[in-house]
Design a protein. Structure first.
Length: 312
């Protein structure tokens, strides 16, 4: 298969990788809910610390460890990686707090809004053009947030926090001149000393770094590494083998699974304001998806026209 064909088509292997990533992210609330009795910052520290061996092992297997070693000697690249590490830590913290404090619906809302925020960010910071369809989708998402704000008397901070932290993280990540696996490894490498120091401090001061010290808690906290690293690595490899429009649709799977889990398993209240706001978000995403597919279709037609012209 030519490189052009690979770019313009979906690989079954890529689809399997991406689908696995989004499903794993979708069931993550069930995992995190079992750790609700442990403070979120402790969970985040374990996520960063135990994700490092897995990420490092993948790089060693790929023989790309030298990329990270070179990055450690580049002050500008280190500063960029430190920023993305702070942003992903903020996102993880908000997410874990939300799930363990009965705000999983707000987390779902945040991840539903995120694709639209990324489109807005691209227009604001990169000068990307917004057509009327995308503007309508963004307007609907903003209106949904207004509905929730009026009902609660305050901004839905969890949803807004997740949207901003992940959206800005994704934007900054694009500017990081490293492959996705190398970038993630560098991020957790920078976070690990702080995570280890924090957990040691908790242990020394008797505040507990392993939950209640039971075998179950210890295993679940150690498991925070794989459940953090594996979906990210699956996604990084899947995204390279799929069209942007396919990724754009698949990304709705995770917040949908979180939404269903919150309503039907966690019994979180789905009141009148949410009954209005969520359909508005779903309508916005449907409109955005139509625009995405139209743009993809136009690009394919343009490529065919160019190829036909070259043949002539």
């Amino acid at each position: 298969m030519s490189s052009s064909a690979a770019i313009n088509s979906d690989s079954p292997r890529g689809f399997a990788f991406a689908l696995s990533a989004y499903v794993l992210w979708g069931v993550l609330p069930l995992y995190m809910k079992t750790l609700a009795h442990i403070p979120p910052m402790q969970v985040i520290a374990h996520r960063a610390l135990w994700a490092l061996p897995i990420a490092a092992a993948v790089l060693i297997w790929q023989r790309r460890g030298g990329d990270v070693m070179a990055a450690l000697k580049n002050p500008r690249l280190l500063a960029m990686a430190a920023l993305t590490a702070v942003l992903i830590t903020a996102n993880w913290t908000i997410y874990v707090w939300a799930v363990t404090n009965d705000h999983a619906l707000d987390a779902a809302l945040g991840y539903y809004i995120n694709p639209l925020f990324s489109v807005f960010l691209g227009a604001l910071l990169l000068g990307e053009k917004l057509n009327r369809t995308k503007l309508l989708a963004i307007a609907l998402a903003v209106a949904a947030v207004v509905v929730l704000t009026v009902q609660a008397g305050r901004l839905p901070l969890v949803a807004v926090g997740l949207t901003f932290s992940w959206g800005i993280y994704a934007y900054c990540k694009k500017s990081l001149p490293l492959g996705p696996n190398q970038g993630f490894t560098l991020e957790v490498l920078l976070l690990s000393p702080f995570a280890l120091a924090y957990l040691l401090w908790l242990s020394v001061t008797g505040q507990g770094a392993w939950g209640d010290g039971s075998t179950f808690d210890i295993l679940m906290l150690l498991g925070c590494g794989p459940v953090t690293a594996i979906p990210l690595l699956f996604y990084a490899n899947g995204a390279k083998l799929l069209r942007l429009s396919t990724i754009g649709i698949l990304q709705y799977l995770t917040p949908t699974m979180i939404f269903l889990t919150a309503v039907f398993m966690f019994d979180e209240p789905f009141g009148p304001a949410r009954m209005i706001a969520f359909p508005m978000i779903w309508a916005a995403l449907a409109i955005y998806s139509v625009s995405l597919f139209r743009e993809a279709g136009e690009r394919r037609r343009n490529r065919r026209d160019i190829a036909a012209h070259r043949i002539q």
